[in-house]
Design a binder for this molecule. Structure first.
Ligand SMILES: Cc1cc2nc3c(=O)[nH]c(=O)nc-3n(C[C@H](O)[C@H](O)[C@H](O)COP(=O)(O)OP(=O)(O)OC[C@H]3O[C@@H](n4cnc5c(N)ncnc54)[C@H](O)[C@@H]3O)c2cc1C
Ligand code: FES
Length: 260
């Protein structure tokens, strides 16, 4: 459902759910119209951080008009957000990007993959696909897990950690390989670029359809500044260049279509 507006959101609650990782629930209009995998632009108040910060929509409660953002403190903007308290106002550019094609994959064996701060949007996808044959592979550096319990009521959950402290030692693809007998028809993923490249390659080698959510530094979020372009395999019909804008044509792409 298309919705684009500057929302005046109201903070419902915020908590630190792992070291430096915050879960923020906001009441805003965009929450009623969001697709899993879309993102919002959150505006800092401080005058020296003018641009919105893109943050994925982790999950929504459309009937209550509330959305959850889960983010890592990376710099000035996110540090400011971590100080938001109940009833504070927060300005959002909502809703941005396309989201995952959840309706197209129903009835198939679906593997979700999330790595690090790419895990939050995959929770919204798991909830949108509740009742389907969904297997979520979530990867962390170490035992400082977050959101893993939130996936459990929605799908089967498989954990990978780089240091082997929980679940399979390695990354999400190592965990998928270790789960004998599972033959996905489709993979949907969000995470760091090396993980997405590996998923693109794994999917191509195994004849699996893959959708990946890309991240890039963003300025406008609405397709105007070309600050977020990514190379595509085919030329765009209109502009005749091998480029696409992650903020508008993405952030979710068919892995075969992007040159990453
Ligand atoms: C579509 C999209 C969805 C995102 N979803 C989430 C999310 O759900 N949770 C979350 O924690 N983060 C998410 N991010 C990343 C988040 O936008 C950045 O961490 C944030 O903008 C940093 O702002 P800052 O002011 O705190 O840090 P800055 O001071 O601007 O930067 C701090 C550090 O982070 C790096 N950085 C800034 N922006 C990005 C970026 N887009 N990608 C990679 N590195 C960056 C900078 O190079 C610098 O090293 C998303 C980014 C995009 C494009
Ligand atoms: S951020 Fe401006 S075009 Fe994508």
């Amino acid at each position: 459902m298309f919705y684009r507006n500057i929302d005046e959101g109201k903070v419902i609650s915020q908590e630190e759910i792992s070291s430096g990782i915050f879960s923020l629930w906001i009441k805003n209009e965009g929450a009623k119209h969001a697709n899993a995998g879309q993102f919002v632009g959150v505006y800092p108040n401080s005058k020296d951080t003018l641009l919105m910060r893109p943050i994925s929509i982790c999950e929504t409660d459309a009937s209550e008009g509330k959305m959850r953002l889960v983010y890592r403190v990376a710099g000035k903007g996110t540090k400011e957000f971590s100080g938001l308290k109940e009833n504070d106002s927060v300005k959002l550019l909502a809703n941005l990007g396309n989201g995952f094609p959840v309706d197209e994959v129903k009835g198939k064996c679906i593997v979700l993959m999330g790595g690090g701060i790419g895990i939050p949007p995959m929770l919204g996808v798991a909830k949108a696909l509740k009742g389907e044959d969904v297997h979520a592979f979530i990867g962390y550096r170490n035992k400082d897990l977050f959101l893993s319990d939130d996936f459990l009521p929605n799908c089967k959950v498989y954990i990978a950690t780089e240091d082997g402290s929980v679940g399979v030692k390695g990354n999400v693809i190592d965990a998928l390989k270790a789960s004998t007998g599972l033959k996905p028809d489709v993979i949907m993923a969000c995470g760091p670029m090396p993980m997405l490249r590996a998923i693109k390659q794994y999917a191509a080698e195994n004849g699996i359809k893959a959708y990946i959510s890309l991240e890039e530094r963003m300025a406008c979020g609405i397709g105007a500044c070309l600050g977020c372009v990514c190379r595509t395999v085919k030329k765009d019909e209109h502009s005749h260049v091998n480029n696409t804008r992650i903020c508008t044509e993405g952030p979710v792409f068919d892995a075969e279509e992007v040159d990453i």
